[in-house]
Design a protein around this ligand. Structure first.
Ligand SMILES: C[S@@+](CC[C@H](N)C(=O)[O-])C[C@H]1O[C@@H](n2cnc3c(N)ncnc32)[C@H](O)[C@@H]1O
Length: 297
């Protein structure tokens, strides 16, 4: 299986892991970025890795076996991070969204290129599938999901056709509904509908919100947080959270600084992949990397 970690050179250069440091990778995936962190932090360092997907965690476990006790993996959603009693770390890294095996394995229901059961869960042991979500939502609520997470202007029409169809429990049945509703424009709309349902099924924005509120407390002074996002909804949330963390607290009456900003922004503009990276790995196309650094207490 070929796996190319996105923006790897930039992630390592800007997060700059050093010998003996502790790194928390909250989306370990296949362990691509983690491996590069481990090479830098060495056997005196520690890499704590999380993933909500059992298959990916097993693949990461195999890929990182050579690093022995420097690796500690947990099967968990990163929204549960506070339950893990993680010590203060030097680096937190997140590479959001789905991974290559999710797209390549038609049985997971993430891809519209193959017919499969409409699942879309990262954690297949809990929660409801995309098909169950469609059945459980009223037409209005489904339209709202498509509008909010897929930014689809034709969300009402698509939701109507989906709800009027017989049980939409496969990727191809969903694709047919979109084709029926959007005609020749369907090609562009299908990925947006799949994205919207995937975000809703996995409560991706809810999890990200929790992550953004909890990881700042885990970072040691001088430590860094790096997040790669793949669509504007996520990137907006990361940008706003990072901006807030890098602003001092101002007294509204005197206008004076009452508390210095705990972080500073490292990437004034998000780092995006080069043309050559996109050519080698088209899935990197929409990636945006943002980094902040914790100031000394
Ligand atoms: C883009 S991949 C990470 C790839 C990884 N950086 C690598 O180089 O192999 C994202 C991973 O995050 C996982 N994931 C997505 N949302 C998650 C969440 N809320 N909590 C934990 N893992 C999550 C997915 O299952 C997937 O394995």
């Amino acid at each position: 299986m070929q796996h190319i970690p996105v923006l790897l050179k930039e992630v390592i250069e800007l997060l700059n892991p050093k010998d003996g440091q502790v790194v928390l990778d909250v989306t370990i995936g296949l362990g691509g970025h983690a491996k590069a962190f481990l090479v830098r932090i060495g056997s005196r360092g520690k890499l704590i890795g999380l993933d909500a997907d059992q298959n990916n965690l097993s693949l990461a476990n195999e890929a990182l076996a050579e690093f022995g006790s420097a690796v500690e993996l947990h099967l968990t959603n990163f929204s549960q991070i506070n339950e893990l009693n993680i010590p203060k770390v030097d680096i937190v890294f997140a590479d959001l969204g789905l991974s290559s095996p999710h797209i390549d394995d038609p049985n997971r229901g993430f891809t519209f290129r193959e017919d499969a059961s409409l699942d879309m869960r990262y954690d297949q042991s809990s929660g409801i599938t995309a098909s169950e979500l469609i059945s459980s939502l009223k037409e209005d609520a489904l339209a709202n999901v498509l509008w909010k997470y897929g930014e689809l202007r034709t969300s009402r029409r698509i939701a109507k056709i989906i709800k009027e169809s017989d049980k939409v429990d496969t990727t191809f049945k969903l694709k047919e509904c979109i084709e029926k509703s959007a005609g020749y424009k369907a090609k562009h709309i299908i990925p947006q509908v799949f994205q919207a349902l995937r975000i809703a099924v996995n409560d991706e924005l809810g999890s990200l919100e929790i992550l953004l509120s909890q990881v700042p407390d885990l970072i040691k002074p001088g430590g860094r947080i790096g997040i790669i996002s793949y669509h504007s909804l996520e990137d907006r949330m990361v940008k706003q959270a990072f901006r807030k963390l890098s602003e001092p607290e101002i007294d509204p009456v005197t206008g004076q600084i009452v508390k210095a900003a705990p972080f500073e922004i490292v990437t004034k503009k998000p780092i995006v992949p080069s043309e050559s990276e996109i050519e080698a790995n088209p899935r990197a196309r929409s990636a945006k990397l943002r980094i902040i650094s914790r100031l000394a207490d």
